[in-house]
Design a protein around this ligand. Structure first.
Ligand SMILES: Cc1ncc(COP(=O)(O)O)c(C=O)c1O
Length: 499
């Protein structure tokens, strides 16, 4: 009986393992037996979701040849993986990857921790904040009093409540991009917006160009939708996009869609300046590519002296090229699950028509609450508090990193929620794994890349505050030490912290 569902070739596995080694040249200070380091490498590839579970591995002889090691080394590594629960074998069917019972299935997205686990693990993986109070509760109380006219209807508004569409359109108009309510569809967060666009615009096997690195969950969503990703490198530092590389990608791959985060890019924090925006829109239009601009981070300017460039849509007055995605998750609260798409009216009409086959619309009360926030002064107050908090957290994180991990390199972004750190030659995947064992959850750089890129990075967040920042970085430093020395985490590291 065949137990595996896909196969990983020997050259592919050798390439993935080599990318880990390239990033971990600095771990070479300690000696680990060759079979152990091979087993660890495969285990990490499985845990990071870079090779699927139930994927058939190459035969020992083939893998030994591809890796230029002895067959005994591969046999010992397979044996170690089998005894750790990461490999299953059957005579005649070969060996396939597995995860030990009780361990969650790996995914390349960033799954939120269950809320009840807060307090034992410091979560530097999910870019979300607690709700801004009292503004959120005030908005919901107002929303309850606004509810009456809607209770006389069936309550399904696939395009969104008129009141919220109007409030969102007015916000764009105030930002210099004249917008009518018919150009807005309210969605279930920005993720719901990207999912709707992928369904509508990207038939299976079509190409989608993405910044490289890019937001992990959108990469995962696009892959799942059957898109072929065309990764385009970011420019060095936080200077935005490498436009010659984008023009080349448009020319050579003719992608159907490009997904970009111009405002405080996740994960690097880059902010694309006006000139680049203009050129990017022109290049996409010339290639016939729809440019999806994710503005989830737009409200999170942290440095006072930064003037936010014009929205991407401002460079596409005819509305034929740029589609904007937005959300209240970062500026206000992810628990609202309210996002939106801004596009030409005919695009919105077809998205709304297709919504009938998806989730039919977003909850009425949440939409009323967001409309209340946006039309009263709750929004400005909530966002100002959010910015002040994120700024203080960023500054504390940067200072702790300088103190405790001086060989980590990063550029401090002027906004957003993310810091993209090069981990001093250590493997980000190994740091993530060691961190998980000692109570700090941090995503490895590979989650933000295509095909295993960014092994030498992790992404950090400006979401933890006060003394927890010091504790988080202390645990990261400890995780880095464990990786550097090849030691296993001892059991006496505190698993709780005082917030
Ligand atoms: C760029 C970007 N887009 C979308 C999302 C998800 O947003 P939402 O919670 O609105 O679905 C995130 C969350 O981290 C993000 O950083």
């Amino acid at each position: 009986m065949v137990q595996w569902t896909s196969a990983v070739g020997a050259p592919q596995l050798a390439r993935l393992l080599a990318s880990q080694r390239a990033a971990t040249a600095a771990d070479a200070g300690h000696r680990v037996p060759a079979y152990r380091s091979l087993a660890d490498g495969v285990r990490l590839l499985v845990l990071e979701g870079r090779i699927p579970v139930a994927a058939r591995l190459p035969a020992e002889r083939e893998l030994a040849a591809a890796l230029r090691v002895s067959r005994t080394t591969v046999a010992a590594a397979f044996e170690a993986l089998r005894s750790d629960g990461f490999l299953a074998s059957r005579r005649g069917s070969g060996s396939w990857t597995a995860v030990p019972a009780g361990k969650p299935l790996p995914t390349r997205g960033l799954e939120p921790l269950p809320p009840e686990s807060a307090g034992s693990v410091i979560d530097l993986a999910c870019a979300t904040f607690l709700a801004p109070e009292p503004h959120l509760t005030d908005a919901f109380q107002g929303a309850v009093s606004d509810l009456a006219p809607y209770t006389d209807t069936h309550g399904n508004y696939p395009g969104g409540l008129p009141a919220l569409r109007e409030a969102l359109a007015a916000r764009y108009t105030a930002r210099g991009v004249p917008t009518m309510p018919e150009q807005i569809m309210v969605t279930t967060g920005a993720m719901g917006a990207v999912a709707a666009l992928a369904r509508q615009l990207v038939p299976r096997s079509e190409r989608v160009a993405v910044e490289h690195p890019s937001y992990a969950n959108v990469l995962h969503l696009l892959r799942d939708a059957g898109a072929r990703l065309v990764p385009v490198p970011m420019a060095d530092g936080l200077t935005g996009w490498d436009l010659p590389a984008w023009r080349q990608a448009f020319r050579e791959s003719a992608p159907r869609m490009a997904y970009v985060i111009a405002d405080y890019h996740n994960p690097t924090g880059a902010l694309a300046p006006d000139g680049q925006r203009r050129e990017m829109v022109a290049a996409a239009r010339a290639a016939g590519t729809v440019l999806v601009a994710d503005e989830s981070m737009t409200d999170l300017t942290l440095d006072e002296d930064v003037e936010l460039p014009r929205p991407m849509a401002a460079f596409d007055p005819g509305g034929s090229c740029v589609i904007t995605v937005g959300s209240v998750s970062k500026a206000v609260w992810a628990g609202l699950r309210i996002g939106w798409v801004r596009a030409a009216p005919e695009v919105i009409r077809s998205l709304v028509a297709a919504r009938v086959y998806a989730d039919l619309g977003s909850p009425v009360l949440e939409q009323l609450a967001v409309a209340r926030l946006m039309t009263g002064d709750g929004w400005e107050a909530a966002v100002a508090a959010r910015r002040a908090g994120a700024r203080a957290n960023r500054d504390a994180l940067v200072s702790e990193l300088h103190d405790r991990l001086p060989d980590w390199e990063f550029t401090v972004p002027s906004g957003g929620l993310t810091l993209w750190a090069r981990t001093g030659g250590l493997s980000g995947s190994r740091i993530a794994e060691a961190g998980e064992r000692i109570g700090v959850r941090v995503p490895a750089g590979t989650r933000f890349g295509v095909d295993g890129a960014f092994e030498g990075y992790v992404r950090l967040l400006f979401t933890v505050a006060g003394p927890v920042v010091g504790e988080a970085v202390a645990r990261l430093a400890k995780a880095a030490d464990l990786v550097r020395t090849g030691a296993v985490a001892d059991g006496d590291v505190p698993r709780t912290y005082v917030a």
